[in-house]
Design a protein around this ligand. Structure first.
Ligand code: MN
Length: 239
């Protein structure tokens, strides 16, 4: 068995950061693919991210079946979101799902969230909107079957983020730090677009080429290491 101690510690820290930055609350989750077995991923059992410790992290196959003993604990009902994305995106090693109150109004009104700040670049030039109703009709809006998870993953496509109508969003990236950056600034971008709309006039967004250029910094050590150190300091995680 390979040692994933460092990776699991980073996943716990990411949970605390996402909570501190207001991206998740009682709900929402982050996972990381097992680098020693790409057919499985690590995620917490069903708890609020702010409360998660190393002991809460468990491993699942991509189809959502647990690897090892859950010891009576309840898994997240929506883990199909993670497995569905990992199945079709071999480039993705970390996934965030949340119900950001800043993000939800955009999907509700079919309004695209587009990058209007250089720091918005990690969310990608295009953020598609998924509606569970399209293929599953009226549901409780939870993504609980692999078919639903795969359907969401198909809408996400090659993008870094997708909105989920009447529900929230997903972000998918190469590693934990990148996906945290993506989720934090997707929410911040939603807030800024809302403010720009209040000012009126047409919003002048980044072009796709500018998004790529900005991501060299935002997803490189210049942006990522600096942000991570700051976020860890602000979070409730203590060594
Ligand atoms: Mn959800």
């Amino acid at each position: 068995m390979e040692d994933n101690t460092g990776l699991i510690r980073e996943l716990v820290i990411a949970n605390r950061i996402l909570a501190r930055e207001g991206v998740v609350d009682a709900f929402g989750h982050i996972s990381v693919r097992n680098p020693n077995n790409p057919e499985s991923y690590f995620i917490s059992v069903s708890r609020a991210p702010e409360l998660i410790t190393v002991d809460d992290i468990v491993e699942f196959r991509l189809d959502g079946e647990p690897i090892g003993d859950l010891r009576g604990r309840t898994p997240y009902g929506e883990r199909a979101i993670h497995g569905g994305i990992y199945e079709i995106r071999s480039d993705v090693n970390s996934v965030v799902h949340n119900h950001s109150q800043e993000v939800v109004p955009f999907a509700a009104t079919n309004t695209l969230i587009r990058p209007l700040l250089h720091m918005s670049a990690p969310m990608g030039a295009h953020v598609p909107i998924w509606d569970i109703r399209d293929n599953f009709g009226e549901t409780n809006h939870l993504v609980v079957t692999m078919e639903q998870g795969r359907d969401l993953a198909t809408t996400l496509g090659e993008n870094a983020s997708a909105l989920m109508k009447r529900h929230g969003c997903v972000c998918a990236r190469r590693n934990i730090r990148e996906v945290v950056m993506t989720a934090v600034y997707l929410q911040a971008t939603a807030k800024m677009i809302m403010q720009a709309k209040l000012l009126g006039g047409e919003i002048d967004y980044l072009t796709p080429a500018e998004v790529d250029l900005c991501n060299v910094n935002q997803l490189g050590p210049l942006g990522l290491d600096r942000a991570w150190e700051y976020w860890v300091m602000r979070s409730s995680y203590k060594d």
